[in-house]
Design a protein around this ligand. Structure first.
Ligand code: NOJ
Length: 739
């Protein structure tokens, strides 16, 4: 009997019953495997695909047959994954199924707003719903595993990948990361509509020097533990199945060869029992970092440090066996890595049925379901942030005689999906702003001119744009970045709206000194809008809002939906202020409130210290009044809690959502503490005129941090507290933590 069949029988008998003991099954399987086969499980290659799905490249087929490949990147579609899986199951010695992974970042077919935008909804349910839909669509095309969520805290708008995370705050990244994991993985991974999630990029990738992608990161262990590690710990607590080691070095040690972060923290402290995949060739890149002398050395360092799977680098397949034979890598490490990878395959149910994600009916009937599109529209609207609305120029009226829509993104159906748009089709499926507003206006009410492109300096369209702006009653500009300007390898040193768009905005204002101008912005990072705030009346930040983005934008412009998003990242006045974030430290020379320009204080000569738009900022078409902040006690102990509550009243004429934020300041610490820290938030709905009391419960647990001995704990003393609509407030209340 061939071993493959022996093994299938073994798994078949072992896999019955709900309380399956995967460990035992994996151990029996590992006992049947040669060293090279075990190494094979730690190897991931990239699939090839064309319009109709992947095809089996010559090398890939060979590696699969030899048992030299455990997982595949970028392989999908029912046809493609079946062809590949068939080779693994029927032609390799042990018939171990392959794992198919793909970057499903903010949607698979139905594309949701970019992750930074989605975070501005502060809506954990929506984050979970969007990743659930993404998992439904991706798994219907044979995908088992997504490389998301990215939970890199980042205070670096120059870094293009700030678009892929939940912004600058630790607490928000923790909560949002957990919601993504719940959405992707569901409650039961053996269901064929769930995918493995991957917490990435471990770790501190978002702190790249000067915002240049892949660049060096340097920080003390306190900052690492207090700012960059917590979202990853939260993901482990949420049950994330996989981690991705990053490209960057951290304090001189590449994170894909970093035993301290991968073994000491992730395995020993946090007890993570899933598997770690490298980023794309990040093990090999330790050579360029100057940390490994060649690819053999890189393989040795990667496996010894705790990277279980080599993404596309070929170094594990080629070198691990010799390294084990020479005693440079322990076979126990290979066994552990192989075991973790096999466990994930067991949990997905691939040993019960390797083809369980390969289902023609599901593939044909899942993408772009009407309910997915409706959700995408709702979520895109909730993710947009009304940055400015002078004289209440928004919402627009459907009765306006004519509105000029101007800009390179008015009719766009490609950039609107953002950078990591997975299999979302650019063009065709995506609803442009032009199509969106056409639901509200008749053709004769709409004037349109592209005006210019995003990047080149062709001004030939200016004349037409200016001319229609003068004919119209209202002007809406739809401008921003193109989708290649954020995401991976898309760092910028200039945060202005790119190209000649700012010049066109200026010219349109000059030609229309008294007309209302609204600027709708699509972009993947905080921009420097210092000029634009003075040139236009309203600014609606819609990020890259996804498949239904144009419809959602129109819903907001015409007031069918009341804007409710709030920034999860600070918008600086200029690039020189970067890094600028709300939870900075004080200095020994903070600027006096009444004299911000005072000499020898921590200020700038040319701009204020404050940003243009603060973290947590976002306007609504209604107004909310905060009053009566009450604390149930001014004394907290290690074993008690206190309740902080505030009354919030919708004082305007429109119903709306408000995002209520809880901030705390630890006034004196054995290491200095940030001037304020988000510790909670609630999104509430208030009808016009309605009031609600919002309550937060605070315990000593919320006040913990790592001190200089890297001990995680709390320190007794005085704390300031506020419940506010944004991070722009002054504390007025305090409580004490006593032992
Ligand atoms: C490189 C990126 O850094 C990572 O985020 C992504 O998941 C992998 N490539 C796979 O595409």
């Amino acid at each position: 009997m061939k071993l493959r069949f022996l093994y299938i029988i073994l798994c078949g008998t072992l896999s019955t019953g709900f309380s399956q003991n995967y460990e035992a099954k994996v151990d029996s399987l590992i006992n049947l495997m040669t060293l090279q086969e075990k190494i094979g499980q730690t190897v991931m290659y990239s699939g090839h695909w064309d319009q109709t799905g992947p095809f089996v490249g010559a090398d890939n087929g060979k590696y699969i047959r030899e048992g030299n490949m455990g997982a595949m990147l970028n392989a999908m579609s029912v046809k493609g994954t079946r062809d590949l899986q068939k080779i693994a199951v029927e032609e390799s010695r042990l018939g171990i199924p392959l794992l198919f992974g793909y970057d499903v970042i903010h949607g698979h077919r139905t594309i949701f707003p970019i992750n930074l935008g989605l975070s501005a909804s502060w809506d954990l349910k929506m984050v979970e719903e969007s990743s659930r839909i993404a998992a439904e669509e991706a798994s219907a095309e044979g995908i088992h595993w997504t490389f998301a969520p990215m939970i890199d805290v980042s205070r670096e708008p120059r870094w293009g990948r700030i678009s892929e995370g939940a912004g600058e705050d630790v607490f928000l990244n923790n909560e949002i990361g957990k919601a993504y994991v719940r959405g992707f993985q569901g409650d039961d991974l053996s269901q064929p509509n769930t995918v493995l999630a991957c917490a990435k990029h471990y770790v501190a990738y978002g702190a790249a020097q000067a915002g240049r992608d892949y660049h060096t990161t340097n920080m003390g262990e306190g900052e690492l533990r207090n700012v960059y590690l917590p979202p990853f710990k939260a993901a482990v607590d949420a049950g994330v199945e996989t981690f991705m080691s990053a490209f960057n070095e951290l304090n001189g040690v590449p994170t894909s060869g970093n035993k301290f972060t991968l073994r000491d923290i992730l395995r020993d402290e946090w007890k993570f029992d899933g598997f770690v995949v490298s980023d794309y060739t990040s093990i090999n890149e330790m050579i360029q970092h100057g940390f490994a002398k060649d690819s053999i050395d890189a393989a040795r360092i990667g496996m010894n440090a705790g990277v279980d799977m080599d993404m596309v680098g070929h170094v594990y397949r080629l070198h691990l066996k010799t390294l084990v034979e020479e005693g440079k890598v322990s076979e126990a490490y290979i066994n552990d890595a192989c075991k973790r990878i096999l466990l994930a395959k067991f949990k997905l149910g691939l040993f019960d049925d390797p083809y369980r994600y390969i289902d023609e009916l599901r593939e044909a009937n899942t993408a772009y379901k009407p309910e997915f599109l409706a959700k995408a529209r709702e979520i895109a609207a909730a993710s947009s942030v009304l940055l400015q609305n002078n004289n209440k120029v928004l919402p627009l009226s459907k009765k306006t005689k004519s509105i000029a829509f101007i800009g390179p993104l008015v009719k766009d159906e490609a950039d609107i999906l953002g950078n990591w748009a997975a299999k979302g089709e650019r063009g065709g499926k995506a609803v442009s702003v032009f199509e969106g507003v056409s639901e509200y206006l008749k053709a004769n009410q709409i004037l349109y001119a592209k005006g210019c492109d995003i990047l080149n300096d062709d001004r030939s369209g200016f004349e037409e744009a200016i001319s229609i702006s003068q004919k119209a009653d209202q002007i809406v500009l739809v401008m921003g970045e193109n989708h290649h300007m954020s995401g991976e390898a898309a760092s910028r040193t200039d945060l202005k709206i790119p190209g000649i768009q700012p010049e066109l905005i200026k010219k349109i204002r000059e030609a229309n000194p008294n007309k209302n101008i609204t600027l709708v912005l699509m972009n993947g990072r905080p921009l420097n809008l210092s000029d634009e705030v003075n040139l236009v009346d309203a600014i609606l930040e819609v990020w890259f809002p996804g498949t239904m983005g144009g419809a959602a934008t129109a819903d907001l412009l015409f007031g069918t939906v009341n804007p409710s998003g709030k920034l999860t990242v600070t918008f600086p006045r200029n690039v020189g202020q970067v890094p600028i974030y709300y939870n900075m430290k004080n200095t020994g020379r903070p600027i006096p409130e009444n004299n911000p320009k005072q000499d020898y204080k921590s200020n700038y000569i040319d701009v204020p210290n404050t940003p243009l738009f603060v973290f947590g900022h976002g306007l609504s078409y209604t107004k909310f009044r905060y009053s009566d902040l009450k604390l149930s006690s001014e004394n907290l102990t290690f074993s008690s809690t206190i309740e902080a509550s505030v009354k919030i009243t919708n004082t305007g004429n429109i119903d709306g959502f408000e995002i209520v934020q809880l901030y705390i300041h630890d006034k004196v610490g054995s290491v200095t503490r940030p001037v304020k820290e988000l510790k909670g938030f609630q999104k509430i709905f208030l009808k016009k005129g309605e009031s609600k009391t919002v309550t937060f419960t605070i315990s000593a647990e919320d006040l913990k941090f790592y001190n200089s001995d890297m001990i995680y704990g709390v320190e007794i003393g005085e704390f300031e507290i506020a419940i506010a609509p944004s991070s722009d407030f002054k504390f007025k209340h305090t409580f004490n933590l006593n032992d």
